[in-house]
Ligand binder design. Structure first.
Ligand SMILES: C[S@@+](CC[C@H](N)C(=O)[O-])C[C@H]1O[C@@H](n2cnc3c(N)ncnc32)[C@H](O)[C@@H]1O
Length: 158
C-alpha cells in the first residue's frame, strides 16, 4: 500500500462521513444533490478567471447540482456528462419536470472526454474523483478541456 493510500485511509477515519439519502426516488435524490450544492456555488463565485459562458458538469449524477449551476448563472451553456446512461435519463426527467431545458446530456468517461481542447470555461466535478476508475487521467482530461483562462472546480470527500 502506498503512502498516499495510507494517508487517505487515515483521513477517512478522522473526517466525518457525509450524510447520504437512503433508498429514495430519483427526483428526491436529485433534490438532495441540489440542496448540497452550496460549496460548489461558493467555489464557482470565487473561481476568478474568465467570464464563464460554457461549463461542463462532469459526473453530473441525477442533475441536482447542474440545476443549481444554471440558476446561479442563467444563460450559461451547460453540458452534463456521466458514465451511467440511467443517471442521464433521470437527470433529463428531473430537469424537464422543472421546466429546465437546454442542458446537453452526454454519456462518456471522465478519462476520455469527448470534447475539443479548451472547450469549457468551467469544469465542475463534485463528489466524483473517488468514483473515477482512472483519476489521474481524468484530471489530465479536465486540464485539456478547460480553456486557458478557465477554471476547474473540484470537490471530493476523503
Ligand atoms: C456521487 S455521484 C456525484 C453526482 C453529482 N456530481 C453530485 O455531486 O451531486 C458520482 C457520479 O460520477 C459518475 N461517474 C463515475 N465514474 C465516472 C466516469 N469514469 N466518468 C464519468 N462519470 C462517472 C457516477 O455515475 C455518478 O453519477
Amino acid at each position: 500500500m502506498s503512502i498516499s493510500d495510507r494517508i487517505l485511509l487515515a483521513a477517512n477515519r478522522v473526517f466525518p462521513r457525509p450524510t447520504l439519502p437512503g433508498d429514495v426516488a430519483p427526483d428526491e435524490y436529485a433534490d438532495w444533490e441540489y440542496a448540497t450544492s452550496d460549496l460548489v456555488i461558493e467555489m464557482w463565485r470565487e473561481a476568478g478567471g474568465c467570464e464563464p459562458r460554457t461549463a461542463l458538469d462532469l459526473g453530473c449524477g441525477l442533475g441536482g447540482k447542474t440545476r443549481r449551476l444554471l440558476e446561479t448563472a442563467p444563460g450559461l451553456r451547460i453540458t452534463a456528462l456521466d458514465i451511467e446512461a440511467k443517471h442521464l435519463l433521470q437527470a433529463e426527467a428531473y430537469h424537464c419536470g422543472r421546466g429546465i431545458r437546454g442542458i446537453a446530456k452526454i454519456r462518456g468517461d471522465a478519462s476520455r472526454l469527448p470534447f475539443a481542447a479548451g472547450a469549457f470555461h468551467r469544469i465542475v466535478t463534485a463528489d466524483t474523483l473517488e468514483h473515477f476508475r482512472d483519476a489521474k487521467q481524468s484530471l489530465r482530461e479536465m486540464r485539456r478541456c478547460v480553456s486557458d483562462d478557465g477554471r476547474v472546480i473540484l470537490i471530493f470527500n476523503p
